[in-house]
Design a protein around this ligand. Structure first.
Ligand code: PLP
Length: 449
């Protein structure tokens, strides 16, 4: 019963340092947020002690009376937060993360497609059945360099990188090179050649909204399954300030810790009114446990439930609108300073900043930002750029005016990076860092931040 600081001062000390880092700096990583104190309390609670494999009222362990109540509450709030009719949609709240939620769905996706095929062809041949459920079925997702996520089928010329390309044939769709918007016409043409069984929409770095109706039409042409991964934007979708993927998709997955402001985990929403999918609910649930996971993390489910209560509250939409307005202000200000912003703005919480015209790389700017207390990340998608997000600063009640200041600070970090690059006399990151760490200007900017 000793408190952490007494029992394990080493860990307490690390937590204290990280707390200071999070609160004394400016958090601009688009995939992060600052959860509420209440969510953290639920997440750090005694519920971590309990095993509860299975689902409410159907557990493999005793003593789950209150855990059942918790999971039911979380499911109810998840449907409410996304304005879903419980007769048409169901949800599984147990996935440990966004990636797990997605892989569970790949597993399910193929099984449902198998059922659709069986109904269509009435083939009862075991060979046909095995062929259909063989890994290597085809999926299309937004390519990683264009803003997609690793789990959307990413592979390189040399290597298949994630389970989504190792076990499936994947083909990336992409952006129009001039507008940097999803090229839906080309996507439809590519789908006619590739004939996907599954189309995934959603992204890690795409600043514009999605045309779900167009994707649905393409999926329908091929009898494909349409899945939206709204990991980044789910808080904004719940606030109804972005297009609604639930109108058109069969399944929607999300993380809970980005714009939704919850603890680190995932959710899977599935349609209950699909033709040939009368048992989709059973298949989703069985794919989470026992196919892909063990016992649910009940403390996390409690944290999700608390975060969803916040997302159901009347003030949530104001938060989401502020997130977007802050991102738009940040983009506009950076453009005013002469910087290049992909698509010239944003519809959501993130801003993609193309640093190539500035003559300095994303890694160098990221390094200077770390030194001055601004947390950003260089874009895996566009090596010459960085990705910024406004959810965390908005959670600290920052508004447009604050984001003008933030844009000014970011502009100065780029100018400083250019100056230090010259002083280092080398383009190498290690030489640059050596000079930056000793720079008085960097230390002065840190104080200002
Ligand atoms: N899907 C998208 C679009 C993401 O951007 C991410 C993470 O950034 C994930 C899924 C994976 O989430 P997790 O890290 O919880 O597995």
């Amino acid at each position: 019963y000793k408190p952490l600081a007494e029992l394990d001062p080493d860990v307490q000390n690390i937590i204290d340092k990280e707390t200071w880092r999070q609160w004394s700096g400016l958090e601009l990583i688009a995939s992060e947020n600052l959860t509420s104190r209440a969510t953290m309390e639920a997440n750090g609670s005694i519920l971590t002690n309990k095993y509860s494999e299975g689902l409410p009222s159907a557990r493999y362990y005793g003593g789950n009376e209150w855990i059942d109540e918790l999971e039911e509450l979380c499911r109810k709030r998840a449907l409410e937060a996304f304005h879903l009719d419980p007769t048409k949609w169901g949800v599984n709240v147990q996935p440990y993360s966004g990636s797990t939620a997605k892989y569970v769905m790949f597993h399910i996706g193929l099984q449902r497609i198998l059922r659709a095929h069986l109904t269509a062809s009435l083939s009862d041949s075991f060979a046909a059945l095995t062929a259909l459920i063989q890994p290597q079925d085809r999926l299309m997702g937004l390519g990683l360099p264009d803003g997609g996520h690793l789990t959307h089928g990413y592979y390189t010329a040399k290597k298949k990188i994630t389970a989504s390309s190792i076990y499936f044939q994947s083909f990336p769709y992409g952006l129009d090179p001039a507008s940097h918007l999803i090229d839906y016409t080309k996507l439809a043409e590519q789908a006619r050649l590739f004939k996907p069984r599954l189309i995934i929409c959603g992204a890690s770095a795409y600043p514009r909204d999605w045309d779900y109706a167009s994707l649905r039409a393409t999926a329908n042409e091929h009898g494909a399954f349409l899945m939206a991964d709204i990991a980044h934007t789910s808080g904004l979708v719940a606030a109804q300030v972005l297009a609604d993927p639930f109108e058109h998709c069969d399944v929607v997955t999300t993380t809970t810790h980005k714009t939704l402001r919850g603890p680190r985990a995932g959710l899977i929403f599935f349609r209950k009114d699909l033709k040939n999918a009368e048992d989709l609910e059973k298949r989703v649930n069985e794919s989470v446990f026992p196919a892909c996971q063990g016992g649910p993390h009940n403390n996390t489910i409690a944290g999700i439930a608390t975060a969803l209560k916040q997302a159901c509250s009347p003030t949530w939409q104001a938060y989401a609108k502020q997130v977007i307005s802050n991102a738009q202000t940040l983009a506009t200000e950076l453009v005013n300073y002469g910087h290049k912003i992909q698509t010239n703005g944003t519809d959501n919480h993130l801003v993609l900043w193309d640093l190539r015209p500035s003559g300095v790389t994303g890694s160098k700017v990221e390094k200077i930002c770390d030194l001055v207390g601004i947390t950003i990340n260089k874009s895996a998608q566009a090596p010459g750029g960085i990705r910024l997000g406004t959810s965390a600063l908005t959670s600290r009640n920052m508004t447009e005016e604050d984001h003008k200041t933030v844009a000014g600070l970011l502009h100065r970090t780029v100018q400083l990076s250019l100056k230090l690059q010259k002083e280092a006399g080398s383009k190498l990151l290690k030489d640059f860092v050596r000079v930056a760490e000793k720079s008085v200007e960097v230390h002065a900017l840190r104080v200002e931040v």
